[in-house]
Write a protein that binds this ligand. Sequence first.
Ligand code: HEM
Length: 127
Amino acid sequence: MNYFLLKHLHVTCVVISISLFVLRGSLELLRRPWRHWLVLRVVPHVIDTLLLGTALWMAWRIGQYPFVHGWLTAKVLALLAYIVFGMRALGKSTPQAQRLPFFLGALVSVGYIVGVALTHSPSWGLL
Ligand code: HEM
């Protein structure tokens, strides 16, 4: 696949993934039963699989890899933080009072990832 299309697909998945997370997190904070909608249970998994698949495909295409190149290592570690915070923010057993801090932690993590992606630098080029 053309690299430009691959990157476009990756960024499209990023936008959909973050939007669906914000939607589910907000509904959860408002105590709305979002799990009743099949689309909100299934689509995020499909999009996140595509997001990771395009990420690894592009890394292979440009010959840069996590745990070899700093900016991709930072993306993968921050992605793990995003997943853990996100799971806690949406988890059925998470106390309601802890949801907002986990939700905000997930948003900070994913915001950091976007900054790293745009600058190709773990410090956003600030150091
Ligand atoms: C939630 C997770 C992720 C987000 C929010 C994200 C975000 C982005 C964004 C916004 C871009 C476009 C940057 C630009 O316009 O130049 C991008 C590109 C890219 N991302 Fe991700 N990404 C994520 C996960 C990953 C992971 C885990 C990897 C590592 C395997 C990865 C590898 C790449 C690569 C190789 C590019 C292309 C860089 C280039 O051609 O300049 N991404 N990512």
